[in-house]
Design a protein around this ligand. Structure first.
Ligand SMILES: [Zn+2]
Length: 253
């Protein structure tokens, strides 16, 4: 497994992992014969030898990995890099562009019928999103009812909506049943790109493109099990009542 990420100097976590990975795992001997070697051993201790071989939880990306196991360190470094900067995604004319926001910002649409290469890339995005939202699904792709919209900034995915067709939803407070056309199954914006209107543009893109030939009115758009912050966003966007669906419980405020 090789990656250009490995060469990046600023990723200190990686250099430590990699360093451990290629060094012998024996405990440091007190009777080191050569001066040169003693210097090296001191460094080894400073880097936290007590944790050597024990799984570590990364607070940035949430991954458990074992420092000192080379493959673990490399897998973690790659995932952590993607987590911090977003999955790389270079738009091409063959992709379905639904909104060219600016020279290096756009929204792309991905359907379950798209070529496998696109769906595989989408699966990598969903992996990052689901890890961050601690969201568990049994599929790593889209169902036939679902369409994804990706927000790309400088060739990185920084936002995602998975929208799906639904038939009914409920009001948040009274749990009244309402007809609905579109459900927002997942909505995610990268932490470094929040409060820039990306979520709003994604919802608008989904409303304009999910159902052929119409713009889905907001009163027929519902949110699947929204978090508190998701609900706050929806209220702001709607400037009125918000519909929800798929909720295990409707004890939302
Ligand atoms: Zn990490």
């Amino acid at each position: 497994m090789t990656s250009c990420i490995i060469k990046e100097k600023k990723d200190t976590q990686l250099s430590i992992c990699h360093y451990f990975g290629v060094r012998p795992s024996q405990p440091v001997q007190k009777t080191a014969p050569k001066k040169k070697k003693r210097k090296f051993e001191q460094l080894y201790l400073d880097l936290g030898q007590r944790d050597f071989g024990k799984p570590v939880h990364c607070h940035t990306c949430g991954m458990m990995y074992v420092p000192g196991v080379k493959e673990d360190g490399m897998t973690h470094a790659q995932r952590c890099h993607v987590f911090q900067h977003g999955v790389r995604w270079t738009p091409t004319p063959a992709m379905r562009l639904v909104n060219k926001v600016s020279a290096d910002e756009c929204i792309l649409e991905i359907r379950h019928t798209d070529p496998r290469i696109l769906r595989n890339k989408l699966a990598a995005v969903l992996d990052v999103v689901q890890r961050e939202l601690s969201f568990v699904t049994d599929t790593d792709g889209l169902t036939p009812q679902q369409t994804a919209y990706l927000y790309i900034v400088q060739n990185r995915v920084v936002g995602l909506i998975v929208a799906e067709t639904i038939a009914e939803a409920f009001t948040v407070h009274s749990s009244e049943r309402r007809d609905a056309l579109m459900g927002i199954f997942q909505l995610w914006v990268h932490a470094n790109h929040r409060r820039k209107g990306i979520a709003s543009r994604l919802v608008t893109a989904a409303r304009e493109h999910k159902v052929f030939g119409m713009v889905v009115p907001f009163h027929q758009t519902a949110f699947s099990s929204p978090t508190q912050s998701g609900l706050e966003f929806a209220k702001q966007y709607a400037n009125g009542p918000v519909l929800v669906y798929n909720c295990a419980s409707l004890e939302l405020k």
